[in-house]
Design a protein. Structure first.
Length: 498
């Protein structure tokens, strides 16, 4: 062609005989002038063939096939961009959360050793009321009471609340502790855990109330470690350190790792900010006057412990976390039991954050409103809903790479697949880093189970994603959800040096 205007810089690329390498041959803007100087005339292919521009470049007719082709290519381009965005966002959020948890957890560990209350006085301290709600707990209730009575804290009363059990729970209590003056058994028709706790609270005499699940075993120093914090009149509740006491199979070992590396790690970080969101039902203590002010244990949600913890803080009380106040609980040892428990937790969490939605971004309680509650929405709900797509992106990248290799073997490059796998590896590395930190901070961490952390990413995490998705869909539909009582097997044990 004749170039009468400015010449655009061009790069001419030639393939070698193998078609695998490209070499830069020319990048000279005055090449056309050199050709013209030698007498060459540059024309278009159309001019050479004697075609008009309309004949050489006819307008493309929009056909159904062409439209479908364009939509298909656009779809896969946008899907690829979406998955890439998911990878980067998930990694960025994961790294940010890891830094957040790491810094604050280490800070809490350092501060806690310096500001923890002095050793408790087991004889001259406050009276403690221990409430044990139970429903069909015949296998475990006697052991739980025995551990409470063996406590180093002597001024206590134990109130067993039989919430309409259909087994021999009450008989087991009467047989073992009918003559024990510190143990009171109350039986009534089934009304739910919160109602049972409130019945016990109505007759409790202690200034401090310790509530625990019937399958939980307390070491002899746990009550004292919880109670010592109430010397500070601003403390309304204290969370203990719940650990899995029945590491029997892969499912319970996975949960043991999760308790140490996720739940307690997060609780340490939030405790450093003064914004603990859950005093676990397995091990926690409450100031009786705070409970009276709030009307007792709430029954509107399936997570009454989390609901009450948030309410205590909104009422102006402080909530502490004592990692040395340990308790060993019986975790579900079957897939069915695990899914039932986690669905209750997840659905209960949704109920709680929705019930306390006015506290989100509230300046009255800034750490609770701007950090604690938003991080539940972000990491426990939204990120959990998006996380399956990250796993799907890996599968999509592998399938797309294989198809591309088959259909375009010459142009195929493994770069996209490699990049996706590197993204996914970074996502896993963030998980493993958080786990390692949680294990390091836990004095009695299950180090023998550490080898299961990489495997936990395949299967267990996907089950947790399923539970969150099911909870959200159930919340949208709005049906009534029951407690889904788990079957006890009396398999929880305390560590020998606990």
């Amino acid at each position: 062609m004749d170039a009468k205007g400015p010449v655009t810089r061009q790069i001419i690329l030639l393939h070698d005989s193998g078609g695998n390498r490209e070499h830069t041959v020319q990048a000279l803007p005055d090449l056309i002038d050199q050709l013209r100087a030698k007498g060459y005339t540059l024309v278009t292919v159309g001019d050479l063939a004697g075609l008009t521009p309309e004949q050489a470049m006819p307008p493309v007719k929009e056909t159904f096939e062409l439209t479908l082709d364009r939509i298909g290519f656009s779809f896969f381009r946008y899907v690829d961009a979406f998955f890439r965005f998911l990878f980067v966002s998930a990694i960025a959020l994961g790294v940010g959360r890891l830094v957040f948890l790491s810094v604050l957890s280490v800070f809490h560990s350092w501060v806690w050793k310096r500001r923890r209350p002095p050793a408790f006085d087991p004889d001259g301290g406050a009276l403690v009321s221990v409430l044990i709600p139970c429903f069909n707990e015949e296998k475990v209730i006697a052991s739980s009471i025995a551990r409470i009575l063996a406590s180093g804290w002597k001024k206590l009363e134990v109130i067993v609340l039989d919430d309409g059990s259909s087994d021999n729970t009450s008989t087991a209590v009467e047989r073992a502790y009918g003559a024990e003056p510190r143990v009171t058994l109350m039986t009534f028709p089934n009304g739910g855990k919160a109602a049972a706790l409130n019945r016990g609270l109505a007759v409790a005499k202690g200034d401090v109330v310790v509530a625990l699940d019937a399958d939980t075993l307390f070491p002899d120093d746990t009550i004292g470690r919880l109670v010592r914090w109430f010397a500070d009149p601003e403390v309304g509740a204290v969370a203990g350190n719940a650990l899995v006491g029945n590491r029997l199979n892969l499912i319970t070992r996975w949960q043991a790792l999760e308790y140490v590396t996720a739940q307690n790690l997060e609780r340490r970080a939030l405790a450093a900010l003064g914004a603990v969101t859950v005093v676990p039902g397995a091990v926690g203590a409450w100031r009786r006057s705070a409970l009276a002010e709030l009307g007792g244990f709430p029954g509107e949600t399936l997570a009454e412990d989390q609901d009450l913890t948030i309410a205590v803080q909104r009422a102006g009380w402080r909530v502490e976390f004592d990692p040395s106040a340990r308790a060993y609980t019986e975790a579900p040892d079957s897939l069915r039991g695990l899914l039932k428990q986690r669905f209750r937790w997840s659905f209960g969490t949704l109920q709680c954050i929705w019930k306390h939605r006015e506290a989100t971004f509230s300046t009255k309680h800034p750490t609770l409103g701007f950090i604690a509650l938003p991080q539940i929405w972000l990491f426990q709900i939204f990120l959990a809903l998006a996380a399956p797509l990250v796993d799907l992106a890996v599968v999509y990248s592998i399938i797309a790479a294989v198809m591309d290799k088959i259909m375009h073997p010459v142009e195929w490059s493994p770069d996209k697949l490699t990049q996706s796998l590197l993204y996914w590896a970074a996502f896993i590395l963030v998980d493993l880093s958080a786990c390692a930190l949680g294990m390091a901070l836990e004095r009695r961490a299950p180090w023998k189970d550490l080898i299961w952390i990489p495997v936990q990413r395949f299967g267990y995490r996907q089950l947790m994603y399923y539970v969150v998705i099911k909870s959200v869909l159930t919340a949208v539909r709005g049906p009534m959800v029951g407690w889904n009582k788990l079957e006890r097997r009396a398999t929880a044990e305390m560590e020998s040096n606990a």
